[in-house]
Design a protein around this ligand. Structure first.
Ligand code: SAH
Ligand code: SF4
Length: 374
């Protein structure tokens, strides 16, 4: 008979303290372990050398540190973009992408294996929802990335003109899945990554992207931690948005923009609207005008616009008739928005050749399975 072991990456410091208590250990042992996990980034109880040997052994046999298993690592951009494929307990896999720059390192984290939202342009959407990730499985992706950054900095720092960053500076929840469809576990992961006693990542260094689940936006507006919000818009009218993103039938544009407006009013934080550009579908100058009008009408009178638009050239995925907008169409679209004084940037993608860019995450095991459904 197999017993389910407690997984340490799932635990808050107070849950870890309870576990230690049940093992007749003092509370400070929990703090030591928590520090080892989140500050020293240790993933093996043997390496927790400040613990007595007996406790290390007990941790090794009666608990598990983590649950993700690294299946494959792919690199691009001279090793500065790194995509990990992790196997979860059960059949599913998820992917995590790390992008290292001289001044920062961003990790793009998955919150679900697959996704139920079915956006037609997204590889993950083709899978359907396989399962939600636990808070530990979400947190572990950041811990993996932090170890990886440290390793790359140690290996490559000396030889490069600009030394790469040596720690994670940004976490974006833009990997596989819809974070607000797994809100509680996702938020537990945010709190854990933020915890100043542990991983200590500032809330403003975290960004969540949502397909537009209005209850999630409203809930986030009430949270104490000021993390950043990005809303996937992708179309300037309901008919097109519903065709591209089935969720729009449940939460149409007016409702979505009202929730976003309330969020901005309550938090005074800037929201970014993501807009994937698909050749001949949503990328005409007229549609840019329509988008500008939609956003302008939404701005509170005489207040600076607390949002900006992030244009994302679509990353091709197999099995759809969609196309990536030509560069000149992207720039023309951007120009229309800028002429209307809507702040607008074009996202620079990393890792397209290793299918590590936005919306390309699918997992090699799942790919075959997904093809059947396309
Ligand atoms: N589920 C969330 C977050 C994950 S997707 C959401 O949909 O917002 C992160 C971003 O990548 C979203 O804006 C999504 O619309 C976009 N995206 C999905 N597929 C893409 C593709 N093939 N190319 C470029 N962006 C894509
Ligand atoms: Fe899910 Fe986001 Fe992909 Fe839509 S774009 S299917 S919400 S992961």
């Amino acid at each position: 008979m197999t017993k389910t072991l407690p997984v340490l990456s799932n635990a808050t410091l107070s849950e870890l303290t309870e576990l230690m208590h049940s093992w007749d250990q003092p509370a400070f042992r929990a703090r030591q372990i928590y520090r080892q996990l989140y500050v020293n980034l240790v993933d093996d109880p043997d390496a927790m050398t400040d613990l007595p040997l007996a406790l290390r052994q007990r941790l090794a046999t009666e608990a598990r540190i983590d649950s993700l298993r690294l299946e494959r690592l792919q690199t691009a951009d001279d090793g500065m973009t790194r995509k990990a494929l992790f196997a979860l307990p059960g059949n599913a896999v998820v992917e995590t992408v790390l992008m290292i720059y001289p001044d920062r390192a961003t990790v793009c984290i998955s919150t679900q294996a697959g996704c139920a939202m079915g956006c037609v342009f997204c590889a993950t959407g083709k899978l359907g929802l396989l399962r939600n990730l636990s808070s530990g499985e979400i947190v572990e992706q950041a811990l993996w990335a932090a170890r990886e950054v440290r390793k790359v900095a140690a290996e490559q720092g000396g030889g490069r003109e600009a030394a790469p960053a040596h720690q994670i500076t940004n976490v974006v929840f833009m990997g596989m899945g819809e974070p607000f469809a797994n809100y509680d576990r996702w938020w537990a992961a945010v709190e854990r990554l933020h915890d100043p006693q542990g991983f200590n990542l500032g809330a403003r260094h975290m960004t969540v992207s949502t397909v537009g689940l209005v209850p999630g936006i409203r809930r986030l507006a009430q949270e104490q931690l000021p993390i950043n919000l990005a809303v996937s818009l992708h179309a300037p009218d309901d008919a097109l948005r519903s065709a591209l993103m089935p969720v729009n039938r449940r939460y149409p544009l007016a409702e979505l923009l009202a929730a976003t407006r309330d969020y901005i009013a309550r938090t005074r934080r800037r929201v970014s609207f993501e807009y994937v550009l698909l050749q001949g579908r949503n990328d005409s100058p007229e549609q840019a005008q329509q988008l500008a009008a939609l956003l302008r009408q939404d701005a509170p009178a005489r207040q600076p616009l607390l949002y900006h638009v992030n244009l994302i050239p679509w990353n091709p995925i197999p099995g759809t008739p969609l196309g990536r907008s030509e560069r000149k169409r992207v720039l023309a679209f951007q120009q229309v928005l800028q002429d209307q004084h809507i702040p607008c940037t074009v996202r620079v993608e990393r890792g397209v050749e290793i299918a590590a860019a936005c919306g390309q995450l699918i997992g090699s095991h799942q790919r075959e399975h997904a093809h059947v459904r396309v």
